[in-house]
Design a protein around this ligand. Structure first.
Ligand SMILES: NC(=O)c1ccc[n+]([C@@H]2O[C@H](COP(=O)([O-])OP(=O)(O)OC[C@H]3O[C@@H](n4cnc5c(N)ncnc54)[C@H](OP(=O)(O)O)[C@@H]3O)[C@@H](O)[C@H]2O)c1
Length: 309
């Protein structure tokens, strides 16, 4: 755990493993898919756009021609689509070694709502993944040493350049009043961590062998910043790290062999914006078990699915 320059050569063989990655059409998810297929994993990649999916598969196969990839349709923000996808996965597979909850959107310029009427950042980044994990729980439970990894952000907490304390706005989770796109993103990324730590507690309480871990990629130049304005476009060139570095925290959280659950990995240089991945601390709020339990119960209600451990 003390390795200061953890890289992809540390990843053990993933042969025989089934790995599901959301958000693998671009950025960190696509890079993670390339690396894990090179290491021998079979991939399930849900995509909301099959044309983009085909391109992603092509890119993966360019890097690793023998890659085994199943590309299926799923819009993570739409609960009907998540249900349909999860049913297919449960019919076609009997194991799930790794679930990487990675798809996300950031800072849309206006408030817009998901098919079921939730703030789009909350639905995409948190609720859809909460439902997907719950629906796939039978497979996770049936697989020895299965792992669920959820991608958060340094913006789950008050940081330089984000001058507010992120909260879970239970009285208005979808920002029907006073929409603030940065607060909505921060809420969803705080939810990712509350979810991870609560999921891990519930795995342990139910003696499920699986663990839940989390990661954040610092500041990595990807399509995520497409709505973030001109200044960020420049910052993407001069400040952000490249995706081959930004992918390392999620890969470490997903594959490091000696984890116990509830670990959080991120880069360690420049206030966690760049660098090699190591264990990092998340905000005090993210470790609050009462808040996590409340969010869990509210989320179960919103997605109409009760987890069965
Ligand atoms: N890059 C960073 O600096 C940074 C920092 C902190 C956290 N993160 C987190 O890292 C994760 C990956 O982001 P990225 O930087 O790799 O950005 P990206 O290149 O924009 O990738 C986002 C992925 O999510 C998918 N996605 C978005 N909405 C979806 C939906 N409704 N249904 C299905 N897929 C959907 C996108 O698919 P389409 O191609 O169809 O849009 C794309 O594959 C996100 O959770 C993000 O919050 C990134």
């Amino acid at each position: 755990m003390t390795n200061e320059k953890w890289g992809t050569n540390e990843i053990p063989s993933q042969k025989g493993k089934i790995v599901l990655i959301t958000g693998a059409t671009s950025g960190i998810g696509l890079e993670a898919a390339k690396v894990l297929s090179e290491k021998g994993a079979r991939l399930i990649l849900p995509m909301r756009n099959l044309e983009k999916g085909k391109n992603a598969v092509q890119e993966i196969k360019q890097r690793f021609p023998a890659a085994e990839v199943a590309c299926l349709l799923m819009d993570i923000s739409d609960f009907d689509s998540v249900r349909e996808f999860a049913e297919k996965v449960k019919t076609e597979y009997t194991q799930l070694d790794l679930l990487l909850n990675n798809a996300g959107i950031m800072w849309p310029p206006q408030r817009f709502l998901s098919k079921q009427g939730h703030d789009m950042q909350f639905a995409t980044n948190h609720l859809g993944h909460f439902l997907l994990t719950g629906l796939l729980l039978p497979l996770i439970k049936a697989t020895p040493n299965s792992r669920v990894v959820t991608q958060s952000s340094v913006l789950h907490k008050k940081t330089q350049g984000q001058n507010f304390e992120p909260i879970i706005q239970f009285d208005d989770l979808s920002f029907s009043q006073n929409f603030d796109t940065k607060k909505a993103y921060a809420q969803s990324k705080l939810a990712n961590l509350l979810f991870t730590y609560e999921l891990d507690r519930r795995f342990k309480a139910s003696h499920t062998q699986a663990i839940a871990t989390a990661s954040h990629p610092g500041y990595t130049a990807t399509n995520l910043q497409k709505d973030a304005g001109f200044v960020m476009k420049i910052m993407n060139i001069v400040l952000a790290q490249k995706v081959n570095m930004g992918v390392l925290p999620i890969l470490r959280a997903a594959t490091a062999p000696d984890l116990k659950g509830a670990e959080f990995f991120g880069p360690t240089k420049m206030n966690e914006l760049k660098g090699y991945p190591a264990l990092v601390q998340s905000s005090e709020t993210s470790y609050d078990p009462a808040l996590a339990k409340k969010l869990w119960e509210v989320s179960e209600g919103l997605v109409s699915h009760k987890y069965e451990f």
